[in-house]
Design a protein around this ligand. Sequence first.
Ligand SMILES: O=P(O)(O)OC[C@H]1O[C@](O)(CO)[C@@H](O)[C@@H]1O
Ligand SMILES: [Mn+2]
Length: 447
Amino acid sequence: MESNPVLLPGVPQSLSAKFEGSFAYLTIRDRLPTILTKVIDTIHRNKNKFFEEYGEEGVEAEKRAISFLSKLRNELQTDKPVLVLEDAQEDTEAWNRYLQYQRGLQGEHCPVSWFKSPWLYVECYMYRRIQEALCLNPPMSEFDVFCEGKTQSFLESTAAITALCTHLQQIRPTLTHTPESTLMDHLLTLLQVSLWGNKCDLSISAGRDNSQRVSPLDSLSALRAFVLLDDSRQVWAALRSGRDRGQRSRVQVDVVLDNAGFELLTDLVLADFLLASGLANQVRFHGKRFPWFVSDVTGRDFLWTVAQAASSNHTHLSACGGQWRRYLEEGAWSYHDHAFWTLPHEYCDMEWAAPDLYASLSSAHLLLFKGDLNYRKLVGDRDWPHHTPFSVALRGFSPASLCALRTLKANVQVGLAVGQGEGLSKDTPTWMTSGDYAVMQFHSPQQ
Ligand SMILES: O=P(O)(O)OC[C@H]1O[C@](O)(CO)[C@@H](O)[C@@H]1O
Ligand SMILES: [Mn+2]
């Protein structure tokens, strides 16, 4: 007999591969094994590098990691129970406690297995197990299995990146004396660029090339119709009220980053604009502590991207890169990577699971959450009716005013008008998973 997970009243169940044919099911059946196969292949292709750096010990580590990951892929494909982590990292205990919690939810008759558990949990768990494979084989623990793809995604987007930096350099000198309405237009433009930058993740394409080749600025008007919710003027209002008070206090914007490559560039340009225009005087970026969801930004990606821009031959790109370096040196920009971002929690858990992070986010004037996974965590990756208010789906997560900038790549979406989601499902059945639609969804603690 299968027991049902415990549900809080009014909270819908988690998306899961147990719903055969669902996007979660297809992701776990098809996309995740493909990602694991690519990871195995990448490690194998780097065999010589491990040998050169660590001799026989490196080769042995490579073999053990490959065997670990092949076993992991088999566990996934045969729907085996999820195993406890056996490495000794700072988050190992938290992951194992979370597994206990899932066991409690599933009940003793239903194992916590790949196809029967919440999709959000098992998908995060796969990336943590990849990390375990490396941590258990020390010469490899710093190896980023997704580095090549992230680097390639940046390099293949060069034309789009230079177009964007040229735009910023052109408007930069005007920003201190430009009329309010023009400043707002610039902000709305760069928010849209950052939004659509999220189309370029490498998880949805299971690692296949997904870079931006044309100038993002030229496509914005054609993309307008695909923005289902546009709260960007509320972002403007929040920043303006901050700036008015900022004459006496600090206006801090936190960007919870998603993907490296083109998307990160769009975020850096937006953050640069916020400082150059005086709309903010501090930006804090939040990234991941270890490689995550194929293309997510780690500290190394962040610094590499800034350095890459600074050393470019292109005048405007190198000017931007130089400016970003100065922001980092002066502390106007900073990078943070709390362990919570690579745990499987819904963000409504943050206040008790990572009270220090919650308190730190509360000091921000505005939080920007980039991407699909952040959205899934914000609303708990649950089967909400589409007209559920965003504030309800956040379930108490409200450290500061926040805006989610997300292209839709998972079948969860809240905050739509009654009937809107159903209408879209009728006309365009893949609207929630194709990455063609997007939202800029705002919430303030006062709401
Ligand atoms: O980089 P993002 O925008 O968080 O997207 C991650 C992707 O990975 C997925 O988890 C699918 O594997 C989807 O949620 C999403 O398509
Ligand atoms: Mn991502």
